[in-house]
Design a protein around this ligand. Structure first.
Ligand code: PLP
Length: 419
């Protein structure tokens, strides 16, 4: 168990920030779709003495001595990850999802080449070609979006843009897309225009390794992910492929081209995470994540609240708060924060609000599902959100809901030692 005793005595100032953050996590309903609560086993591994070790290179081929034990940990992470996604090649060293994307893109194409990714306002990620990201600066980037009526990816439209742009790389995957993505179709389009296909499964990886969503590994040239979202591991990135030759190239871009020494304590925690994800209980968890997202989506729709695409296939949903409550996404986010519900504003298809305000919110179920919430609790959250957003100016109503939320959370304690 990690109890932070020494920290408390040695650096009380810093310790207080951790303690306050722990209380914040305990006392709020966490609906940010990219967050989760890791197990104590994952936390023990990442707090371990593996943090002390320099291990540039890969297991068996390191630039420093004394790597025998971190080699064991990294090999465990690699073998478990290969098994989890049925992949021939993996790299577990990327420090984050963005670092994984940088390495994968650099391994596939050259500086100045064209990439086609989902636009940020349609749900894509910064690293898929956004102008402020390396991906928009080092490459010529083009985007596809979603149909503004249906909120869905229009594959004919993607095909049309791809045939005009003739990109060297197409990126599929998103941070705010509530429906299944057809990776097979993306690969067909990539083949038609002679492009590589990279799938970034950061948000939905937990569904992809449990057969609850198409696994992209057989279809994409390269697949990237984070490990801290649905996979429920430490913060970090991973790269997978079935192409072992391409893998050799990726290994060289991760180290030495874009990273130095790997975070072996995080890699140890990734190994624990993959071990957990291979257990039957993890598939049950992911099924519950989806059932919970659908339960709250249904409460909204039954009460006349607009849910983009009229539901969800995964762990997240987008709610149009502008047309449903006459408020911006930012107002909804700050109002819900007052009653201890944490989530983020999000643009919706065809959004006319400026990005700082947005017309929608994004709601995710992974974190509270880990905490033990089932359909009943998610329906309850849906009712709380509707009541609060219909009464944004009523201090009395907000106080009442906040008290109910506190009672609800008391029934589901966070499974951590106090620290
Ligand atoms: C979260 C996310 C990332 C980036 O992950 P970081 O670890 O924050 O760098 C990349 N791609 C997608 C689709 C994501 O949702």
């Amino acid at each position: 168990m990690i109890n932070n005793k020494e920290l408390q005595e040695f650096d009380p100032e810093l310790y207080q920030s951790i303690k306050a953050e722990r209380l914040r996590q305990e006392n709020n309903i966490e609906l940010i779709a990219s967050e989760n609560f890791v197990s104590n086993a994952v936390r023990e591994a990442q707090a371990s003495i593996m943090t002390n070790k320099y291990a540039e290179g890969y297991p068996g081929k390191r630039y420093y001595g004394g790597c025998v034990n971190v080699d064991v940990a990294e090999n465990l992470a690699r073998e478990r990850l290969k098994k989890l996604f049925n992949a021939n090649y993996v790299n577990v060293q990327p420090h984050s999802g963005s670092q994984a994307n940088m390495a994968a893109i650099r391994a596939l194409i050259n500086h100045g080449d064209r990439i086609l990714g989902m636009s940020l306002d349609a749900g894509g990620h910064l690293t898929h070609g956004y102008p402020l990201s390396f991906s928009g600066k080092d490459y010529q980037s083009f985007t596809y979006g979603v149909n503004t009526e249906t909120g869905l990816i229009d594959y004919q439209e993607v095909r049309k843009i791809a045939s005009e742009v003739k990109p060297q790389l197409i990126i599929a995957g998103a941070s705010a897309y509530p429906r299944a993505i057809d990776f097979k179709k993306f690969r067909e389009i990539a083949d038609e225009v002679g492009a590589y296909l990279m799938v970034d499964m950061a948000h939905i990886a937990g569904f992809c390794c449990t057969n609850l969503h198409q696994n992209p590994v057989p279809y994409a040239h390269v697949v990237t992910s984070t490990t801290h979202k649905t996979l429920r591991g430490p913060r970090g990135g991973i790269i997978l492929s079935n192409d072992v030759e391409l893998g050799k190239k990726i290994d060289k871009v991760v180290f030495p081209e874009t990273q130095g020494g790997p975070l072996e304590h995080i890699i140890a925690a990734k190994a624990v995470c993959f071990y957990e994800d291979l257990q039957p209980a993890y598939k049950e968890y992911m099924k519950q994540v989806k059932a919970n997202a659908q339960a709250i989506a249904n409460v909204f729709m039954e009460n006349g609240v607009k849910v983009i695409t009229n539901g969800t296939d995964n762990h997240l949903l987008l709610v149009d708060v502008k047309s449903s409550f006459g408020i911006t996404g930012l107002k909804a986010q700050t109002t819900l924060e007052e009653i201890n519900i944490t989530l983020n504003k999000n643009s919706i298809p065809g959004d006319t609000e400026r990005p700082a305000y947005c017309s929608g919110i994004r709601i995710g179920s992974p974190a509270m599902t880990t905490r033990g919430f089932k359909e009943e609790e998610f329906k309850q959250i849906g009712h709380y959100i509707i009541e609060a957003l219909r009464n944004v100016d009523s201090v009395e109503i907000k106080e009442k809901i906040k008290a109910s939320i506190s009672q609800l959370l008391n029934r589901f304690p966070l499974n951590y030692e106090l620290d």
